[in-house]
Design a protein around this ligand. Structure first.
Ligand code: CU
Ligand code: CU
Length: 290
């Protein structure tokens, strides 16, 4: 079964397999097709035009399917790999094991933001950026250095958003003053999802954010928060449920896929489970270091 685990509890072997699968997808060019797709949507999703992946109700189901497709790609390399999630309410500093050289590597150097250690440093030879918004071909980060995001969201910030009973509200863009989706996405309130992109900085703060593998761990956690919200508000559902201009309604198709609707994405358990759904502690592939 597909179980998504907290990255802080992965064994060394699990980290190595995840990293190796990423490097393989990068080498074959598959990885960059995901970066391109994300950037295409980030650029076309606006508050007044047709919007699918961001600033709209389908932000959550779109990214859920995007992650499912990426996880399948990883599993075509190594079927034991699943997407880990990064609980940034707990692992909230640059000293977290997430940023160690055996996993994602650390922050960028002061000079140019270039990541200098770990498997995704350009100097390690396997991670040249081809889908870019500037000339730089190296991965950049500035963990915690953004003035707009000096701290990661706290558990209290998250609880306040999980308490919102309404999924989304008109006008279904980034200006909604109510609704779980716009608060979780980060355009209103404490700024949850967007703030994490800014806190990591570098490419993560741009449309080509999937260039940084941290993207997948961040979104796997945002996705988990959606599942938590659904459990907490069983009588609230995805809106809109009827045709609405520029918006993907419950039974509309989400570009670029012509066979995936928000309705198909409401139950994550058809595709994967989270470690926390099995009581605690989940039997991890223990023996760290294997
Ligand atoms: Cu996105
Ligand atoms: Cu994002």
């Amino acid at each position: 079964m597909n179980v998504r685990k907290n990255q802080a509890r992965l064994s060394r072997a699990e980290k190595r397999r995840f990293v190796n699968a990423l490097l393989t997808l990068k080498r074959t060019g598959v990885y960059d097709t995901f970066v391109t797709m994300h950037n295409t949507f980030q650029r076309s999703d606006t508050d007044t035009t047709d919007r699918v992946a961001h600033r709209s109700p389908s932000f959550l189901p779109w990214h859920r399917y995007f992650l499912i497709e990426f996880e399948r790609a990883l599993q075509s390399v190594d079927r034991r790999v699943t997407l880990p999630y990064w609980d940034w309410t707990r692992d909230r500093t640059a000293a977290s094991s997430l940023w160690a050289p055996d996993f994602l590597g650390g922050t960028g150097r002061d000079l140019d933001g270039q990541v200098m250690d770990g498997p995704f440093a350009q100097s390690a030879g396997n991670w040249d950026l081809t889908v870019r918004i500037d000339e730089n071909t190296y991965l950049r980060r500035a963990l915690g250095k953004s003035e707009r995001a000096p701290e990661l969201p706290s558990r209290d910030d998250v609880e306040a958003v999980l308490a919102l009973a309404e999924y989304d509200a008109e006008p279904y863009n980034s200006t909604c003053t109510s609704g779980f989706r716009n608060h979780l996405e980060g355009w209103r309130g404490a700024n949850i999802h967007n703030r994490v992109h800014l806190w990591v900085g570098g490419q993560m703060a741009t449309g080509v954010s999937p260039n940084d593998p941290a993207f997948w761990l961040h979104h796997a956690f945002v996705d988990k928060l959606w599942a938590q919200w659904q459990r907490r508000h069983p009588r609230s559902g995805y809106v809109p449920t009827a045709e609405t201009p520029n918006i993907v309604e419950l039974h509309g198709f989400m570009r670029p896929w012509n066979d995936v609707k928000p309705a198909d994405m409401l139950d994550h358990r058809r595709h994967y489970r989270f470690d926390t759904e099995f009581g605690f502690p989940f039997p991890y592939d223990g023996a760290a270091g294997r």
